[in-house]
Design a protein around this ligand. Structure first.
Ligand code: NAP
Length: 306
């Protein structure tokens, strides 16, 4: 593969940024990658494991001369970093992000970016419940989707280049409008996480009653919930604070469906339950056919060698 961006700056050195680095290195997509993390501990770890060509102690230093700058921090932290980096951005460079919410990122980051800088928000639909600089691996994005959400006036040539970069990282790429993105993700990711957090909380309450039985007899369904509920608390706090409308809308619908099923159970309406579960099983098969999961346990979440 050929170099897509000469200099890339990764702002934040967690799961997504480190996976991007290893995926870039796998294919030789950048000449030089700089990285910035706010804590000394993360910067030390990055240096120790060879994450980035240069690990910088300031955002200004990291973005100096960069052709592509990637904001890879929790959504709520992006605006402050954009403000800090703005005076140091090279005219003509591309700024993107990997945040799980798009409207809030656009509204809070855009005002800080100077004229002549291309802002093209993005969101790779790939992740694990692990976080930090040591959690990344080169194949994280393989055959996963990356959604690009260009803002008004985004240069189509630069959008194409960024799409090519994500394809070279292993992803399939689609372009989407910000509000639509936030609604789709509320259904496919944000609300399922909230439900997992809730279920684990309920089980924890129960555990106090039944001692350790919930853990001891933990079955596959519940174990999956606990894995999802182990995801980074800061990231998920920010997702719900910044995608409020869409998640509340979907949670409202979820509650209605839950009440309908609750009623079917109470009234012994087996026909309704069976029809519902038949329908949902077909949806699962569709996901398998689309290649977004396999029947193998822990697909896409097993830690892979860099
Ligand atoms: P992560 O592993 O938890 O790493 C977060 C990084 O951001 C760390 O380097 C951390 O620095 C830095 N950071 C946190 N708060 C900061 C602040 N206030 N100011 C400056 N730096 C800060 O996170 P991640 O999973 O890579 O997620 C990064 C972004 O990707 C988030 O916006 C998330 O929504 C999005 N995303 C995540 C997933 C997923 O499954 N994890 C999937 C798709 C998209 P220190 O280490 O120094 O604290």
């Amino acid at each position: 593969m050929t170099v897509v961006y000469g200099r890339v700056a990764l702002i934040g050195l967690g799961l997504i940024a480190s996976s991007m680095f290893w995926a870039m290195r796998r294919r030789g997509l950048a000449d030089h990658v700089t990285g910035y993390a706010r804590s000394e501990a993360t910067r030390d770890t990055a240096r120790r494991i060879g994450l980035c060509d240069t690990v910088c102690g300031s955002v200004a230093e990291a973005v100096e001369g960069a052709d592509l700058v990637v904001l890879a921090v929790p959504v709520g932290a992006m605006a402050a970093l954009a403000r800090e980096m703005a005076p140091h951005l090279r005219p003509g460079c591309v700024v993107t992000d990997v945040g799980s919410v798009k409207r809030h990122v656009i509204d809070s980051v855009s005002p800080h970016l100077p004229q002549g800088v291309h802002f093209i928000p993005g969101h790779p639909l790939a992740g694990t419940e692990h976080s930090g600089p040591e959690s990344g691996f080169a194949t994280l994005f393989d055959n996963r989707w990356c959604l690009l959400v260009p803002v008004e006036g985004s240069d189509p040539v630069e959008v194409d280049r960024l799409a090519g970069f994500w394809r070279a990282l292993g992803s399939n790429v689609d372009v989407m409008d910000a509000d639509h993105h936030d609604l789709v993700l509320a259904v496919t990711s944000h609300c399922p996480h909230l439900i997992a957090y809730t279920m684990v909380g309920v089980a924890d309450d129960l555990r106090r009653v039944t001692d350790s039985e919930v853990i001891k007899y933990s079955a596959a369904g519940f174990r999956d919930f606990t894995r999802i509920a182990a995801s980074d608390p800061t990231m998920w706090r920010d997702v719900f604070l910044t995608n409020k409308d869409a998640t509340l809308e979907i949670l409202g619908r979820f509650t209605e469906e839950l009440f309908a099923l609750q009623r079917a159970i109470r009234t012994g309406d087996g026909e309704q339950l069976h029809a519902y579960f038949t329908h949902t099983r077909a949806i699962r098969r569709g996901i398998l056919e689309a290649g977004q999961d396999t029947d193998a346990p822990d697909f896409g979440r097993v830690k892979v060698d860099r």
